[in-house]
Design a protein. Structure first.
Length: 295
């Protein structure tokens, strides 16, 4: 189902994103999205250009960011909506994480090659602009490498196979996400620190795609509400209808902001389309956005 509200998408300023901000805004308009937010990973660089293009297109735009953080050793994504994106604190968060990711990328090469590949830094530099090598980038390079056309480990990610719907991000989740063979730990902010920064800079802290990030430990959400989480992305492209319903009811129980987001990236998640986030209640979401003075 396509909603006219999509509050979670990424531009080229996310290491796993693809499109220029203005282009993405135009794509939203073409898809029928009227209320939007770009929430790039740990950066606000896309916002000025996106706001200008959204105004030109007569669309409502909410400044946002998606911040990596941790809670009880679990890596999470928290969305900050309505933030003062001009404050330098957000650029500093991004720089701190990028510096760590550049260092960790070299370790990822070692771990990837330990799986039976021969990936060199210059190969990854063809798909990375800043020395950060994501799991999706390893997938892109390996799946295009003729040496590995019949490699057993890559077969599930080929077109038509079990993991071939979103091959790049599926490869990331299977090998580079927390607890997987090529995962390299990054020191992120705590959930509490993240909520505090978002709140201190005018924003509302919303837990992103909990059905994905909580890894089945849904009981942790109740604890996070006590820690100060103000909202939940209950409608997500990653969620089943049952998961959407669970977090919708949790949001109602705690009187939280509930949002909807596709988490559109482009080529790293080709099966995800703008506006397709499972939200059957866009009018309710719009009413809440007005209540929280986000639109």
């Amino acid at each position: 189902m396509c909603s006219y509200i999509d509050l979670h998408m990424h531009t080229k300023y996310s290491d796993d994103g693809q499109f220029e901000p203005a282009k993405l805004v135009d794509m939203c308009k073409e898809a029928g999205v009227k209320i939007m937010a770009i929430a790039d990973h740990n950066t606000v660089n896309a916002i000025p250009e996106a706001i200008k293009q959204a105004q030109k297109n007569g669309m409502k735009y909410i400044p946002a960011i998606e911040i990596d953080c941790t809670y009880k050793d679990l890596n999470l994504h928290v969305l900050g909506y309505g933030i003062d994106y001009l404050d330098p604190v957000f650029n500093q968060i991004g720089k701190d994480i990028e510096d760590q990711e550049i260092a960790s990328s070299l370790k990822k090469i070692e771990l990837t090659n330990a799986l039976g590949f021969d990936v060199a830094k210059d190969m990854l530099d063809t798909v990375s602009s800043n020395g950060v090598y994501t799991g999706e980038m390893f997938a892109e390079v390996l799946l295009k490498d003729e040496r590995y056309l019949n490699h057993e480990l890559l077969k599930p990610y080929r077109e038509g196979k079990d993991r071939g719907d979103n091959p790049y991000v599926n490869f990331y989740w299977d090998y580079y996400s927390q607890g997987k063979p090529c995962y390299v730990e990054i020191q992120y902010l705590s959930l509490q620190e993240t909520i505090q920064i978002i709140n201190e800079h005018g924003g509302i802290a919303v837990l992103a795609h909990p059905g994905n990030n909580l890894k089945g430990k849904f009981e942790l959400f109740d604890e996070m509400v006590k820690e100060g989480i103000q909202g939940v992305e209950c409608f997500s492209s990653y969620h089943s209808e049952e998961v959407n319903k669970y977090f919708y009811e949790k949001a109602k129980e705690y009187n939280l902001l509930y949002t909807c987001g596709s988490d559109f990236h482009g080529k790293t998640k080709p099966s995800i389309s703008l506006g397709h986030n499972g939200c059957k209640r866009p009018e309710e979401v719009e009413t809440l956005l007005k209540k929280y003075e986000l639109i």
